[in-house]
Design a protein around this ligand. Sequence first.
Ligand code: SAH
Length: 404
Amino acid sequence: MRAAVLFLRSYLWAMTVQLKKKIAQRIFNGHPWIFNNEIEAIKGDVKAGDIVDVLYGDGSFAGKGYINPQSQITVRLLTRRKEEINDDFFLRRIQEAWHYRQKIGYTENCRLVFGEADYLPALIIDKFNDYFVLQTLSFGMDVWKDSIVKALQTIFKPKGIYERNDVPVRELEGLQQQKGFLSAQFDTNIIITENGLKFYVDIENGQKTGYFLDQQDNRRAIKHIAKGADVLGAFTYTGTFEIHAAHYGAKSVLGIDISVNAVEQANRNAKLNGLDNICHFEAVNAFDVLKGWAKEGRQYDMVMLDPPAFTKSRENIQKALTGYKEINLRGMKLVKNGGFLVTSSCTNLVSPELFLQTIDMAAKDARKKIRQVTFKAQASDHPIIWGMENTNYLKFLIVEVSGL
Ligand code: SAH
């Protein structure tokens, strides 16, 4: 309804945003964000969520997007074409995103829509087989929630759709945090299959959208080095990497996480796969125990680290880097000579180069020699658009570790 009203308003009174003459090359090259200081003039009585025509400084058409005068990112472009933004637009865009996933081999579980990388800024949709979890992270996208749900129903006839908008970033847009059903109610504890293993996904209360699909390819990357290994996995959450390690032939696996709830879920997942004889989980603080265990002389063939984003803001990058260095240093000290460190970082604020530098510094401080086995980003169902830094966020590194 609200979407229909907005559509009518923008149709009847063309609202335009004119960019400054000297615009950032970024916008011209396809980046969808327009910051407040890049705008020369706004014409019409615009309200948050309105669709506006964006014009270059010379008056030529740049694209259409939604506006939020309250947000630092004033306009996010939805299209570079003169097309109507309506139900049909969202149906087409989501269909395109789905075709792309199918083409590159992600059909059962995938990030169906990865925001800007799918030309749907601030929209996230995760597909867990027949269930869909969505996040609308900006005011202008939130307005179109009904159209998005309709599109999902048309394309997939899902068993359930759930909204996980319990995310603080929404408040910067003047939106409330909320979660709940966007379809008929369903049991939000579901089971998905990944790489031949089964995992419970708690759609309602799990972290983020319930499960980290972004590591789905990387979990396969440990296949060969896990064989016969004694494994330590820190920041285990639902035990996904650890259960993969056991599946690939690890001799013993210890997973740790600070959250008691995560450890419970990891135990359930190990049982679900008949790997609870190999996998054990403990609720402890990784920063505390890793140091102590290194001092005790514990050694593992493979140590895996998948910490949360240590920062969400640019001001705290240095603190985050200290955290990454510290945890990797401690992790490396626990690796047997010739064993492997499998390490990740999930914040786009730390660039791939900076991440590698940090690991290098950790190795030097730990008096270790490292040899790169593999260095990757997130799974390909989260496409990376060059020039859009926030789409290139996950770093996944495997190194062989030995003494100097
Ligand atoms: N490896 C997981 C994702 C990990 S998310 C996967 O592939 O699905 C990060 C996890 O780190 C969260 O579960 C959080 O509870 C845990 N965590 C945060 N701080 C921690 C700490 N200091 N020690 C141990 N675990 C921590």
